[in-house]
Design a protein around this ligand. Sequence first.
Ligand code: ZN
Ligand code: ZN
Length: 112
Amino acid sequence: MYAQSDRTLVCADCQQEFVFSASEQQFYADRQFSEPRRCPSCRASRKAARGGSGGGYSSGGGYSSGGRDRGPREMFSATCSSCGREAQVPFRPTGDKPVYCSDCFQAQRRSY
Ligand SMILES: [Zn+2]
Ligand SMILES: [Zn+2]
């Protein structure tokens, strides 16, 4: 019996540090998974985003802005679904779609 210790990894999506606990390491080792590259919240949101729609990641659709030429866009505060930090988004967060801060949004786009 040997004790592993928790490790701190950096999420590939949001660059937040997260704990890869000893028990998780054991879980992954048992299944011969490679170690996670994303924090639990990013993994959950990616899984949710993927949910059944064949690979296409579509944003937009929920935009309810009236006109295009109305001066500066109104920004709304939301909590990033990926890293939990505060995000500024140009549409009103409805709660039924994930919202990403600019960092996480770019990280998502880059990985596709
Ligand atoms: Zn993350
Ligand atoms: Zn974020």
